[in-house]
Every structure is written in structure tokens, then in C-alpha cells.
Design a protein around this ligand. Structure first.
Ligand code: PHE
Length: 339
């Protein structure tokens, strides 16, 4: 038996050296019909008094083979890992930086500009979630259930009864309650309406709401702030005018126009020869809205406006198709790199 074992061991070492895989070795030496199984069968022919010793020898052999095959398998794994590491592209901190920097989205650029101008006039910049409830989006804004004004804004409702905000006015009530009067705040946000999409309409767009509430705030304050801010943003001295507009949360309500950016008010194709461009709805905050926000309308008045940031960006950068803003096209967006 001893001889057979050392013979087998020699064969095994030769196989190992010749590079047989661990799997092959396992089958050949430790498998059901492998070499050690054969030896076990031969135990039958060993005289009784030597059986125990022979059995122990075979078991010792098996353990040794298992260890050696295991060691070979681990060595191969390690080798594969090292190969993968050394063939991977290495990070080289000494290479020059990639100068292909990203750029801000045009709407972000316009938003920041408007924020800066208003901040310099004492307004705080506020945040409010995009998912809101019916109370904040409508009820608190003097738009009761079944009011026809709800049809002006085709709302996306969620299964839990909440909705995607259709306008930034949805934060008015929250901000009034947060600060009380007097207050000056602007609050930009993405808004959503179920609109058919074309070059002028998107179901996802950005607005910037503004509110100023204090004693004796009047329409002339509204005109002054809008004129100052818009002249700054467009880098030219603009004229503004108000036309009547209807929104349940303002009284009186207006549409604010600015003098045409192209012709300065002379009349050209881009303003349809009127000399004016429609820019943003606004008005004096309705007493019911102030009351809902915990502010006494006998003591305070205020104005609010809902500036279309997307529209503003289109006008400022001469973007003709609103869909360019949400398309994520680098060809479009990278043009705003240097601004
Ligand atoms: N929230 C209105 C809209 O999006 C705009 C608006 C804001 C009108 C504030 C008046 C005052 O249609």
C-alpha cells in the first residue's frame, strides 16, 4: 500500500507541475472514480491487522491532495486578479485636467440673475416642494372646489390626492405663515401642467413667484420693482405697462408687458408690431389670500407676480423652441458655457 501511495503521489506531483487545472486534478484524484477511491477499494485485500494503518494512510493522502489542489486554485485566482489590475487603465493624477467643463442650464442662469436682483432689494429666496396639496395650490388662493379657474390649469393629480404644483403661487400661503407681515420673498420652482407640447408649450416649466407685503404697498410699488428687475436682467432700460388680467388670488389682477426687446417699442415682427411683449401676470394680493395666510388685510397690502422663468430665458437668449430646454441636448446647452 505504501508503495502505491507514493506512486500515486509522484503521479499527482507530475500532473500538478504540468499545469493541470484544479478541477481536473480533483476529478482525477479525489473524484468518485478517482485514484484515491481506487485505493480505498483495494483496502479489501489488505490483511486485517494492517487495515487500520492503511486506511489512515489513504486519508492522510487525501488531505494532502486536497490541500495542494486548494493552494493551486487560490494561486490561480490571485494571478487572475493581478492580471486584471495591471491591465486596467490606471488613474494618473499627474495628467492635465480635462478642460471640457459642464455648463449651467439657461434657466438656471436666468433664475440666478433674477434672484440676485431681488436679493439686492431685500427679498429672500424660498423653497417649497413640487408635490403639494389642493389647499395650497388652490383653496388658500381663493380658488374653491368647482371654481372654473381650476380649469385654467390642467393639473396632474397623484393617487394619494396630492398634486404636482401647477404654479409657484402654491407656496404663497406657506410663506405668509412662515414670516407673517411685512415680508419680501421670491420663490422659484418647477411647475407642471397637463399641456399638449409644442414649440411654445411644455408640461414642465419654471416660474419665479414674488411677493411683497407691507403697510401701504400699492400698484406703483409693483411697477417699480418689476421695471427695475427686468431692466437689470435684460441689460437695457425697459418700459413696462399693465393690462387687466384675471386670477382669483389677486385683485386687481394684471398682465405685465415690457417694451419689445428687439425694436424698443417701435413695432417689429417679433412684437407683432405692437411694440410690447407680454411677460408676466401679477396683481395686488386678494384680501382672502392674506387672511388665509394669517395676515390682516385691513392692516397690510401686497403685490404678487408669477414670472415665467422659461419664457424669460427664451426671450433673453432668443430660444425659439421651448422643448430645447428639457431635451438635455448638449449641443444646445454647451452654448451657455461662457455665460
Ligand atoms: N400663478 C399664476 C399662474 O401661474 C400667475 C400669477 C402669480 C398671477 C401671481 C398673479 C399673481 O397662472
Amino acid at each position: 500500500m505504501k508503495e502505491k501511495i507514493s506512486e500515486l503521489l509522484a503521479r499527482f506531483e507530475a500532473d500538478l507541475a504540468s499545469g493541470k487545472s484544479p478541477d481536473e486534478l480533483r476529478v482525477a484524484y479525489l473524484g468518485k472514480n478517482g485514484a484515491t477511491a481506487e485505493l480505498m477499494k483495494e483496502l479489501r485485500n489488505v490483511p486485517v491487522d494492517r487495515k487500520k494503518e492503511a486506511g489512515q494512510m489513504i486519508n492522510g493522502l487525501k488531505t494532502k491532495l486536497e490541500e495542494e489542489i486548494g493552494a493551486r486554485a487560490r494561486a490561480l485566482e490571485e494571478e487572475a486578479l493581478q492580471k486584471a489590475i495591471s491591465s486596467a487603465r490606471r488613474y494618473n493624477p499627474t495628467l492635465p485636467a480635462n478642460n471640457d467643463l459642464g455648463s449651467y442650464h439657461p434657466i438656471t442662469l436666468v433664475q440666478r440673475e433674477v434672484e440676485d436682483v431681488f436679493a439686492s432689494m431685500g427679498f429672500t429666496v424660498e423653497e417649497y416642494p413640487e408635490i403639494v396639496d389642493d389647499y395650497h395650490c388652490f383653496e388658500a388662493l381663493n380658488i374653491p372646489k368647482h371654481h372654473p379657474a381650476r380649469d385654467m390649469q390642467d393639473t396632474y393629480y397623484l393617487e394619494n390626492g396630492q398634486l404636482l404644483k401647477t404654479h409657484t403661487s402654491a407656496a404663497q400661503n406657506y410663506i405668509m405663515k412662515k414670516y407673517g407681515a411685512p415680508l419680501r420673498a421670491i420663490f422659484p420652482s418647477r411647475c407642471f401642467r397637463n399641456e399638449a407640447i409644442d414649440a411654445c408649450h411644455e408640461n414642465t416649466f419654471f416660474q419665479m413667484e414674488g411677493m411683497m407685503i407691507d403697510r401701504d404697498i400699492s400698484i406703483s410699488n409693483l411697477i417699480y420693482f418689476m421695471k427695475t428687475m427686468l431692466s437689470e436682467v435684460f441689460g437695457q432700460d425697459l418700459r413696462v405697462r399693465l393690462r387687466p388680467g384675471f386670477f382669483p388670488f389677486v385683485e386687481p389682477g394684471f398682465e405685465l408687458d415690457i417694451s419689445c426687446l428687439i425694436c424698443g417699442g417701435e413695432g417689429c415682427p417679433s412684437c407683432k408690431n405692437s411694440g410690447w411683449l407680454e411677460l408676466c401676470p401679477c396683481g395686488m394680493i386678494h384680501p382672502n389670500v392674506l387672511t388665509a395666510g394669517g395676515i390682516d388685510p385691513e392692516e397690510y397690502t401686497g403685490f404678487a407676480f408669477g414670472l415665467g422663468l422659461t419664457r424669460l430665458a427664451m426671450m433673453k437668449y432668443g430660444v425659439k423652441d421651448i422643448r430645447d430646454f428639457n431635451a438635455g441636448s448638449l449641443r444646445t446647452l454647451s452654448q451657455f458655457k461662457s455665460r
